[in-house]
Design a protein around this ligand. Sequence first.
Ligand code: 3HC
Ligand code: NAI
Length: 721
Amino acid sequence: MNNLVKVTRPNQNDNDSNKDKNKNSDIAVITIDNPPVNALSPGVPEAISAAIDEINADPAVKAAVVIGAGRTFVAGADIKEFVKMTAAGARRATLLPLLLRIEDSAKPVVMAIHGSAFGGGLELAMSGHYRVASPTAQVGQPEVKLGIIPGAGGTQRLPRLVGLAKAVEMCAEGKPVSAREAAALGLIDQLIEGDLLAGAISFAHDVAGKPAPKTRERTAKLGTPTENAAIFAAARSVAAKKQRGLKAPLAAINAIEAGTSLSFDEGCQAEAKFFTECLFSDQSKALIHVFFGEREVAKIPDVPKETPTLPVNRVAVVGSGTMGGGIAMVFANAGIPVLLKDVDEAALAAGMGKIRKNYATSVERGRFTQAFVDERLQMITPVPSYDAFSSVDMVVEAVFEGMALKKEVFAELDRVCRPGAILASNTSTLNIDEIAAATSRPESVIGTHFFSPANVMRLLEIVRGKKTSNEVIATCMQLSKKLGKIGVLVGNCRGFVGNRMFGPYRREAQFLIEEGADIEAVDQSLVEFGNAMGPLATGDLAGLDVGWRIRKEYRHLEKPGIRQPFAEDRLCELGRYGQKTSKGWYRYDENRRPIADPEVIALIRKWSAEAGVPQRQISSDEIVDRCTYALVNEGARILEEGYALRAVDIDIIYLNGYGFPAYRGGPMWYADTVGLPKVYQRVCEFQQQHGELWAPAPLLKRLAEAGKTFAEFDKEQLAAA
Ligand code: 3HC
Ligand code: NAI
């Protein structure tokens, strides 16, 4: 054994002074201690196995409790090991023999779960004869989120405990269930309020000496072939819709299905085959990159972990429009009271009306209960003046996008807010330093760029100004987690990271149409690539007029003689703003369904002829390459200019703010998987065909010529920091 797993024999009643403190009880406690989350890293399974041997060899032990040290039971297999294995093309050491060893233990093994029992952690728990849990614990098979499936018998043991339908749902969707639900399902035998270990020991005493049930021998919940066929068909159809393009959910369903006609051991072999196929797939490598990336973005080299943070217990939002209203909901949902300010009572009433409507929809859809919503609404106080602003710790400004107005609002905030309060802007394009200069405290000014709808989208771009203090940055990063967002720190350039890249992406979508592609073909190709929506339908949703206004404001910055798209501006001139006017790139019916509009394509063909743009057939591959490599090329510039800390930060922004498919890992990871020499070569071809807008980013050229990847660039940067 090693120090990752300990076996102890606590006294049954340490408080009883009459007892001999050194007297061992007959229950052994096996504690897994592999911080931070007790992953089953090399050494841990071996030590658990040795511990099981030890308790079986010791006649004084009647039963054992397995528990996790620290904040959780076991978060699963060690995901870092998967990265090493796939990089080396090596096979993994399977956990299956250990789990059989536990299940075959002659002495009952009680698994005591707190925190989470995920993946291999739940598989370990299911190999025990009993499971007890703290009511706050969570259990689940989230492997599909990593592009894999349970690989240690989870697809075979879980159906035996919770029934086929629930097992299929848990393995294919990957969502955790609470300990309470797990108890109702039969996955947990007892919930323990208070001291988990004491409760588990007491439970172990009750079952010691009695025949211990083996999960793999249970069959009562396995269902009939007819019932099962309907479950699998329904699950496949849900997976095709909800997890479009993902292979792992279907593999998880296949593995469970295989188990219904095979013995337990054969079922495990079938599972192992599907698991290995998934593990070595590009999808899994991408999703594992995303898992670590989501954690990496929280690490900012010059803002160390120990940077002090400021309290954010009460906030204010200025502007109760689309974004301000959503942002107020985000704070209220996290239990932080909000003052919501707008120009007058009428604007406030409209803003509060939209908030109420949004909450009502959430109740209708079963996302929130009415009681939760009533409580949240109590936390939002509409205010027509700045009078109470002296009491808040942070303000988020979300008024119209215009520098003069923003400066006016920030000058006012500087007057009314207490020293040290954070002054944040939700601007999507404007210069944070210029806004900060309207105050006497630029160190307290920062950009917090929420994405629409703010209460739904997970991304929060946190925009660092030249003078923003480390405390303010650290506070906003920490706050993003509390708000249920993924905060990514970005630099202060036009459009920051996400929108700056989105510009060339949408530009190329328009060029393609102007050169002869159909509107639906452009959207469809990018949806088939895996994006949540095509770029033109996205434009219609957001409102084409928004970009049009911005382009008009910044036209003076455009270099003369460089090709610019014209289609969208012309559509706006005709009042086709998108869904809000029922006409944009598409026509919309009363249910907001997009319908191809022959009028639009006829107009574009006419405008293209007038502009002398040659027309041609355009393949789906070209559509994807043009749009996606436009993202990559701009991303490489942003990276080199230092506006994004790492390539992975760009990936996380695109996955969480722009609907880029997670199973492709984000635009920069995707470029790595294609191979940067190939991407660079294609960018050079586009430069020859379309001119200077496609000049390759110097970093892309350098990495391609050196045969390197963006991921390697990240590693080198980290090593140099
Ligand atoms: N393997 C390796 N590292 C892991 C890990 C795992 N399974 N789970 C978490 N970590 C690391 C994180 O990368 C992070 O490292 P860092 O501090 O260096 O950034 C650290 O542990 C803490 O993780 P979080 O920041 O996520 O901590 P939280 O407290 O917010 O969340 C958690 C804890 C809910 C357990 C969350 O980490 C989680 O969901 N982990 C992954 C669970 C999972 O997917 N398990 C399945 C693994 S695959 C498997 O088991 C296959 C099996 O079927 C054979
Ligand atoms: P909006 O037009 O829906 O709302 C703006 C609100 O600000 C209105 O309610 C208006 O009455 C109020 N307002 C104007 N002047 C004010 C003042 N002096 N004091 C108080 N309130 C005032 O605008 P939207 O879309 O919510 O945008 C707000 C900000 O968020 C802008 O900076 C925009 O660029 C940014 N943003 C918008 C996104 C979107 O998708 N709409 C996405 C991300 C950022």
